[in-house]
Design a binder for this molecule. Structure first.
Ligand code: URA
Length: 434
């Protein structure tokens, strides 16, 4: 078999066989197929697409390129949750302890943020002492003893995806449905959960810009998961504006804690209850979606979700007094208001732009090597559809550098669109694919 023939075949739009896909993935992972040939094939896939069978074969070839985590020594049905990436998305921080407080074991691998999207691992480091590097033994023991464990991505989960993603990032081939679906699902399948609930984001701040494309991506991933015996559900949710009010690591942690104390923003609460309820249904903890929502709400009201967050943070070395007193979380030196220059209704809060502004304040990474400032970011004071008067506070800038405040203010004002007429409300949850 020759890589040249595989590239040519895909360039002509012909379906690749399982053997050809495996030949490519194995050869590329071992370094036997050079980047330039892999790039050419990625571009041919980008333009000529892959069908469902090819996408499933690509996914499994990437799973087989590395180790699979064996979670069988954790009791119960393990349900993983994954978001395709968004701005202000702190859902995992409140959702996972809440679900664990109802007896669903959570053994989760999370990533760090890159570019305009944040990562759960970075956010959790806002708790002083919190460690995301657990040995396999501690990971399993914590999941069994307290019901929740979270670790960073280990070295050898789907190494083919790691290499391919880096290449896609620099060759303009990230936003292809089959490549995204196989990339996400290869990591989820190798991570060993019995069931997977996917939060597929749609809108300005997401890979998928339309609900139709997000649905196709969700369907592709659900089909892959189901074909390998993992119950998989895809929830399509809005990312046309940031989720909740806070963007930036410790600001988001604070908002997630507030949710567990019963004071969460409406959209974050609705998404948490929706994803959580499907996780409960997948693990047979709730019979119906409605029952799941009720159980979750009850554990917010009685404080059991918050208690589970404390158990989790303590077990991973973090300081739980930060949960009782969120003022102890890293705080920025300067907090500056951004005021509206006109009256009207907020039509759009450009999610991607807000992710980038927070990154420029120091909350995110421009490259994998960048350090992040846990304290900084933006807290919105208004959300889409709200009425504003000239002079109202639209947002607060949290910064440790006086020099970057004016630039952030200008960009915030540019990226909040205010119109004269009330606007049509967009849904938070567009669809559910199962
Ligand atoms: N997240 C991933 O892990 N892979 C993609 O291709 C896109 C988002």
């Amino acid at each position: 078999m020759r890589m040249y023939d595989i590239i040519l075949k895909k360039r002509k739009g012909i379906e690749l066989t399982k053997e050809e896909i495996e030949f490519f993935v194995k050869g590329f992972t071992k370094g036997e197929i050079p980047d330039y040939q892999a790039s050419a094939l990625l571009m041919a896939i980008f333009f000529n697409k892959m069908n469902k069978r090819e996408t499933a074969d690509l996914t499994m070839a990437m799973v087989d390129s590395g180790d699979r985590i064996n979670l069988s020594s954790i009791n119960g049905i393990k349900v993983d949750k994954h978001s395709t990436g968004g701005v202000g998305d702190k859902t995992s921080i409140c959702l996972t302890p809440l679900v664990a407080s109802l007896g669903v074991p959570v053994a989760k691998m999370s990533g760090r943020g890159l570019g305009h999207t944040g990562g759960t691992i970075d956010k959790l480091e806002a708790f002083e002492g919190f460690s995301v590097e657990l040995s396999e033994e501690d990971f399993i023991n914590n999941a069994n003893n307290i019901g929740i464990a979270l670790t960073g991505q280990t070295g050898n989960i789907a190494p083919a995806d790691k290499k391919l993603y880096a290449l896609r990032d620099v060759t303009g081939t990230v936003d292809n449905m089959s490549l995204i679906a196989s990339s996400i699902m290869s990591k989820k399948i190798a991570s060993g959960a019995d069931a997977i609930v996917l939060d597929v984001k749609v809108g300005d701040g997401a890979f998928m810009k339309t609900p139709e494309d997000a649905k196709l991506l969700a369907k592709e991933m659900v089909d892959i998961g189901t074909s390998v015996g993992r119950k998989t559900i895809g929830v399509i949710s809005d990312m046309d504006q940031p989720l909740g009010y806070a963007i930036g690591n410790s600001l988001e942690v604070k908002e997630a804690i507030e949710l567990l104390k019963g004071n969460g923003p409406k959209d974050l609460l609705e998404l948490t209850l929706t994803l959580g309820s499907y996780m409960l249904v997948c693990s047979n903890t709730a019979k119906t979606f409605e029952e799941g929502k009720e159980l979750l709400m009850k554990n917010i009201e009685n404080g059991k979700g918050l208690e589970k967050l404390k158990d989790f943070v303590k077990a991973q070395g973090g300081d739980t007094s930060f949960i009782d007193d969120t003022n102890k979380l890293p705080k920025a030196k300067f907090i500056e208001e951004v005021r509206a220059k006109e009256s009207g209704y907020i039509k759009k809060i450009h999610a991607e732009a807000f992710g980038l502004i927070a990154m420029e304040l120091g909350a995110g990474r421009e490259t994998k090597e960048s350090n992040i400032d846990l304290a900084v970011g933006i807290v919105l004071n208004k959300k889409r559809d709200e009425k504003v008067q000239e002079g109202d506070v639209l947002a607060y800038i949290h910064s440790n550098d006086r020099n970057n405040i004016e630039r952030a203010r200008e960009k915030i004002l540019k990226n909040i669109e205010i119109v004269k007429e009330p606007i049509e409300k967009l849904p938070l949850i567009y669809d559910v694919v199962q």
